[in-house]
Design a protein around this ligand. Structure first.
Ligand code: AHG
Ligand code: MN
Ligand code: MN
Ligand code: MN
Length: 337
């Protein structure tokens, strides 16, 4: 056989998710597949706009401030609108929570479905103007039995999510997804307009050689974090020090961590009591993916997916990545806090 002949049997995201659903038998109605189809369309649409941004002057500030007091970029607002419109129109959602909207959206009855989607429409805004990788993060809950969609359907631990994922907009668009049975990565084939399975069954290496923290915050870090970072930068021989990699887009930093291993961290510190990353639409989806890929996601003292959110925009400390690396960090928390 000609090993360079193109494959004529591509596994698209839709095909793969559908197979998963079919394996579940009669319990599956196909609604989740349709919802995930809507989400992948938003990723294609946002990917197109990220590319166009460089040409049609979307770059720059939109002139508004969001609920967290951050300046919203035009691409934040555009990506948010794309997600809201597509998710509402899918007919499969009941509650939507976005980083860019103060309040949750409860979908009106005629468009209402069974799922709740929490999302960060555009992650890594500070990197937009430099053309560095950015992304979209999402998590999916199913409404509770008897509910027609309310805030309590999303104020639930991350372990109750039925799906989570992200799309990274880089040299290509990569969608990484888990529906609770492992993690798969898909790459957008722009000529086909389809996400193709390129990274089946992603497993985080049990130990890595990379740490990913914003060390510019070092003077505010608490003792366990400071001591842990010192241990990987000044290890006792024959160990060698870890490499530092920090992009500043959670999507890109977590993507690398899933593939190469190591540890990503955004701690709470003396300045930020709960850290920076948002629980519902940043920490939970990434923790879900990390655990599904065989890694660990912790606040330093507890499993992230066990946290019960009290409000939709609350923050939490995040450490995630390779099992052995994150376990090492947890030891420092046990000793020093
Ligand atoms: P967003 O662009 O969605 O507001 O998220 C920014 C987050 C996340 O992507 C990243 O990990 C972190 O902010 C970086 O923060 P620092 O600039 O403080 O390192
Ligand atoms: Mn933001
Ligand atoms: Mn973000
Ligand atoms: Mn964002």
């Amino acid at each position: 056989a000609d090993e360079h002949a193109p494959s004529t049997d591509l596994i698209t995201l839709t095909r793969h998710v559908l197979n998963d659903q079919l394996r579940l038998g009669s319990a599956a109605t196909g609604d989740l597949t349709l919802l995930l189809t809507a989400i992948q369309v938003t990723s294609k649409f946002i990917a197109t706009n990220v590319r166009k941004a460089r040409l049609i002057n979307l770059i720059g500030l939109a002139g508004e401030t969001n609920v967290q007091g951050e300046e919203q970029k035009k691409l934040d607002v555009l990506s948010n609108d794309i997600m809201i419109n597509a998710l509402r129109a899918s007919g499969k959602t009941a509650v939507l929570v976005s980083e860019e909207l103060d309040d949750a959206i409860i979908i009106e009855e005629r468009n209402r479905g069974k799922y709740c989607v929490v999302f960060d429409p555009l992650d890594g805004s500070s990197n937009i103007d430099a053309g560095v990788n950015i992304g979209t993060i999402f998590g999916v809950y199913k409404i509770q039995p008897g509910s027609s969609g309310s805030l309590s359907d999303v104020l639930r631990p991350g372990s109750e999510m039925v799906a989570a994922g992200y799309t990274m907009y880089g040299s290509s668009a990569n969608l990484v997804l888990s529906t609770g049975s492992g993690v798969n990565g898909y790459t957008l084939d722009a000529s086909l307009g389809e996400f193709i399975l390129t990274h089946p069954d992603i497993q985080i290496p049990p130990r890595g050689k990379i740490y990913s923290f914003n060390e510019g915050n070092s003077m505010y870090f608490h003792p366990p974090v400071t001591a842990y970072l010192k241990s990987i930068k000044y290890p006792a021989a024959p160990k060698t020090p870890y490499s530092a990699r920090y992009i500043g887009s959670m999507v890109a930093d977590v993507h690398r961590t899933l593939l190469y291993g190591g540890i990503f961290g955004y701690p709470d510190d003396k300045k930020s009591k709960s850290g920076k990353l948002r629980l519902l639409y940043e920490a939970f989806p990434m923790a879900f993916l990390t655990e599904q890929a065989g890694g660990i996601a912790t606040t330093g003292t507890k499993r992230i997916l066990d946290i019960v959110p009290e409000s939709i925009h609350e923050r939490c400390p995040v450490f995630l990545g390779s099992r052995d690396d994150v376990s090492d960090l947890i030891k420092f928390y046990k000793e020093l806090s």
